[in-house]
Design a protein around this ligand. Structure first.
Ligand SMILES: *Cc1c(COP(=O)(O)O)cnc(C)c1O
Length: 390
């Protein structure tokens, strides 16, 4: 199935709604039935047909089909946030006494789920450096149920070899999951590489306009049914029909948005790598990335998010750089039309923390959006002038 067909046609039944090009927002909580038998039939098939919008809604249903097809998965569930998707997928697959092996430094709320929340219910987690597959193998225990990945992560951009980890997990009967938000299904298809479940924060590129919070879980129909009948329905962290509609609209332009963001990011990376005030650029498709070959092998493209470290030991310099940017807005998140800057220094008080070598106050995450790349480079150039280089 080609991407154009998925984005423009798949799942849309236009003859049912006046041949409208844009699908309707079925903004209803409830569906009604002509008789008890019809109601009974839909109640028994809540995963597949409308009964009550916490379970199935026709607008959401179109989105599920498109997202599953993009990932090369049998089915998908859409939830209220990326965090809701991550929590539902993990909780559905562990019980008291189980163990999770998770790549080091995943999304911050994934860390909290595993470390602070699931530990209360007797689920333990080992975090491992994911750049070497042997670290996953060494961390496995008899009770390991999940290997959780995020490749690349969205701060320092370390990768995991998805095919190798999937092979290891399959040989031990362990479930694999990945947070695939960075790449989107267009630039990385983990399920085709053997990973069981692929998860997204759709708040980023999939929505693409910084106006929706949503999350996606993709996998086999059997797994989606399992999650649906437990965490999806009981936690009830579902997406609203209007937000599903906004994601459908966002999806129409996903390929061209990604392409523009990615092409501009390559120019920005080249500029930053040659600037004397920049110590390092963290970006998977930089030839200087230590896992560049792996990145090229398992990702068909690379998005607009990157991190730089600035050549300074002063938090004030980092603040000044971020404050001086005019075209990059100060904010968290990424994947929208607008370029963003998120300095690590925001987490520190302005007086330098007492010498801790691991402190990363001089890291600045940049997201390159849809603006003219030359405008963005000029903006970075004037802001970097605030960092004294000697
Ligand atoms: C934003 C993000 C999340 C969380 O998604 P929300 O939609 O904000 O809940 C998870 N993983 C990654 C990599 C993210 O960037």
């Amino acid at each position: 199935m080609d991407i154009s067909y998925i984005l423009n046609e798949l799942g849309e039944e236009r003859s049912q709604y006046f041949d409208a090009v844009a699908p309707p927002v079925i903004q209803t909580s409830n569906f009604t039935f002509p008789n008890v038998e019809a109601m009974r039939q839909n109640l028994q098939r809540e995963y597949d047909v409308p009964f009550y919008t916490r379970g199935n809604n026709p607008t959401v249903q179109i989105l599920r089909k498109k997202l599953a097809a993009l990932e090369g998965a049998e089915d998908a569930l859409v939830l209220a946030s990326g965090s809701a998707a991550i929590s539902a997928a993990i909780v559905a697959n562990v019980a008291q006494g189980d163990h999770v092996v998770c790549v080091a430094k995943p999304y911050s709320w994934t860390t909290r789920l595993l470390q602070n929340l699931l530990s209360r219910f007797g689920v333990t987690t080992t975090f491992v450096d994911g750049t070497d597959v042997r670290n996953f193998e060494a961390a496995l225990q008899a009770n390991t149920k999940i290997i959780y990945l995020e490749s690349p992560n969205t701060f320092t951009f370390e990768l995991q070899d998805l095919e190798a980890v999937a092979k290891l997990a399959k040989s031990k009967g362990i479930l694999t999951m990945i947070d695939n938000s960075y790449s989107t299904p267009l630039y990385q298809q983990p399920i085709r590489l053997g990973i069981d479940i692929s998860i997204h924060s759709a708040s980023k590129y999939i929505g693409g306009h910084s106006d929706v919070i949503a999350g996606v879980i993709c996998g086999t129909e059997e797994m989606m049914r399992k999650i649906f009948h437990s965490e999806y329905m009981t936690f009830g962290g579902i997406i609203a029909p209007m937000n599903a509609w906004l994601l459908l609209r966002g999806l129409r332009t996903l390929p061209i948005r990604l392409e523009q963001s990615s092409r501009s990011a390559a120019k920005v990376v080249e500029f930053l790598e040659n600037h004397p005030a920049v110590a390092q650029v963290y970006y998977p498709f930089s030839t200087k990335h230590p896992q560049y070959d792996l990145a090229r092998r398992q990702m068909s493209g690379c998005g607009g998010l990157m991190t730089i470290s600035l050549k300074t030991d002063q938090i004030a310099d980092v603040d000044q750089f971020a404050n001086a940017l005019r075209r990059f807005l100060l904010g968290v998140s990424w994947g929208g039309h607008e370029s963003l800057v998120f300095p690590s220094s925001v987490g520190y008080s302005t007086s330098r923390p007492p010498g801790d070598p691991d402190r990363d106050f001089n890291f600045v995450r940049l997201y390159v959006g849809l603006e003219d790349p030359e405008v963005l480079i000029a903006d970075l150039n004037q802001a970097l002038a605030h960092i004294a280089t000697s």
